[in-house]
Design a protein around this ligand. Structure first.
Ligand SMILES: Cc1cc2nc3c(=O)[nH]c(=O)nc-3n(C[C@H](O)[C@H](O)[C@H](O)COP(=O)(O)OP(=O)(O)OC[C@H]3O[C@@H](n4cnc5c(N)ncnc54)[C@H](O)[C@@H]3O)c2cc1C
Length: 402
């Protein structure tokens, strides 16, 4: 018999992406009753992601499974505007995921711990009790409105989050702190499947970067993110991406196109009475790489564990649940602030500077080229920023300090 939706759950999670799934899992694992409401008919679809993650980043959360690992990444190449490039290995492995399957696996894991998911369920607001206190979620399912009562609402509803607004949390993003992105998934190309490539420069991707993440020897996610303030009428990310494709992969066939935004200013306010935000909804992405999957999972774990504590204490106040903000800050706050400061300089960087960065890094012997060596040489060759930048792009060495 199909599991019925109950009138009450301890926790209702809005959004079934990585942030929502991991939050649900850790809350359910510790005994909370949890409902995930997902607007789409299936979790993980549509994919709005280049699908790159570090192995060390996701391994604490899920056992590797070849069903969602598309390619194993061994290195990265950095390309400067003058056509020069440097290949870097020895910095830890990465995966290009099959996110349709990965997101589903995370939700399956949450459900195996006791959570329930309802797809095609679009959250449309909160319900309140007679005292005006938040008491549940209203949602639309198959053309009808329903409500479910709960103690805690998790806003895991991604970049376009409404939950923060409903709760009165300021999640506004300035244009300069938003990367506008477009990506093609292409085939009919021939590439090294173990190497991610990054292209920089004002003619290539002003205030951002262009990426190629291999999905096989013959296919890849090729996309671009440019700073919001660099977008002009008819000259946006698609213009730059098409220019790149015509020059580098004129015979590529596009099987999937996706657009989206990435917040590049880290959030700091994630909590209100009865409500916590997590993942892109809380603006928890890495401000310089735009990577948000691992961050969403780290935050999800802390958020899920905070749900347990709040339920045990029967205290759902902003004050009590702000332990989540404090723990997040302890694990990743300093990193996020540092990345943001680097990003602010990065978006103004000249082509000349990009050329000299790649030139400087190229002088390192390939066998010795790891982050440590890069850092030392970059320090000698370039101002401090060079080292900061390279470290930011390649050191996805997230600390786990629970
Ligand atoms: C072009 C692009 C490329 C990217 N590449 C990478 C990359 O290579 N590596 C990386 O780490 N990150 C990347 N990111 C960022 C990454 O995709 C996000 O940081 C990540 O998906 C955040 O997870 P999340 O769970 O917070 O949000 P999401 O994955 O966006 O999930 C939010 C979910 O909430 C649902 N939802 C929204 N509103 C409602 C509602 N009202 N009711 C019910 N459900 C709702 C949505 O349908 C969605 O399923 C990229 C982003 C873009 C745009």
């Amino acid at each position: 018999m199909i599991k019925q939706i109950a009138p009450y759950y301890d926790v209702v999670v809005i959004g079934g992406g990585p942030a929502g799934a991991v939050t649900a899992r850790y809350a359910a694992e510790n005994g909370a009753s949890v409902l995930i409401l997902e607007r789409d008919r299936e979790v993980g679809i549509p994919v709005r992601c280049a699908e790159g993650v570090s192995v060390t980043g996701i391994s604490p959360f899920i056992e590797p499974d070849e069903q969602w690992i598309c390619t194993m990444i061994k290195g990265a190449s950095l390309h400067s505007p003058d056509g020069n490039f440097v290949e870097m290995y020895n910095n830890g492995d990465g995966y290009v995921l099959e996110r349709r399957i990965f997101d589903r696996a995370l939700v399956d894991l949450a459900c195996s711990k006791g959570a329930t998911i309802l797809t095609k369920a679009d959250a449309i607001g909160f319900t309140k009790n007679n005292d005006g206190e938040i008491s549940g979620v209203q949602y639309r399912y198959l053309g009808k409105n329903y409500s479910v009562n709960c103690k805690i609402i998790i806003g895991a509803d991604g970049i376009e989050s409404q939950v923060g607004k409903w709760a009165g949390i300021n999640t506004t993003i300035k244009l300069e702190d938003l990367e506008t992105c477009v990506q093609y998934t292409v085939n009919n190309i021939k590439i090294n499947p173990e190497l991610c490539r990054f292209y920089f420069g004002r003619e290539v991707s002003p205030g951002g970067y262009l990426w190629l993440f291999p999905k096989s020897e013959y296919s890849a996610n090729i996309g671009i993110g440019i700073c919001g303030i660099e977008t002009k009428p008819n000259i946006g990310p698609l213009y730059y991406l098409n220019k790149f494709m015509e020059k580098n992969f004129p015979n590529a066939s596009v099987s999937y196109t996706v657009g989206g935004g990435v917040p590049t200013k880290h959030g700091t306010d994630f909590v209100a009475d009865h409500v916590m935000l997590v993942g892109d909804a809380a603006r928890q992405v890495n401000p310089i790489t735009g990577g948000g999957i691992v961050q969403a999972m780290i935050a999800g774990r802390i958020c899920g564990e905070t749900c347990t504590k709040a339920l045990q204490a029967n205290d759902f106040s902003k004050k009590f649940m702000s332990e989540y903000e404090k723990r997040w800050d302890k694990v990743l706050g300093a990193n996020q602030r540092f990345m943001y400061s680097v990003k602010s300089s990065f978006i103004k960087m000249s082509d000349k500077k990009f050329n000299s960065i790649v030139g400087a890094v190229k002088s390192i012997n390939q066998d010795e080229l790891n982050l440590h060596a890069l850092f030392k040489v970059a320090l000698k060759e370039e101002p401090m920023l060079v080292a900061k930048m390279a470290t930011s792009f390649l050191a996805s060495k997230i600390k786990f300090d629970w």
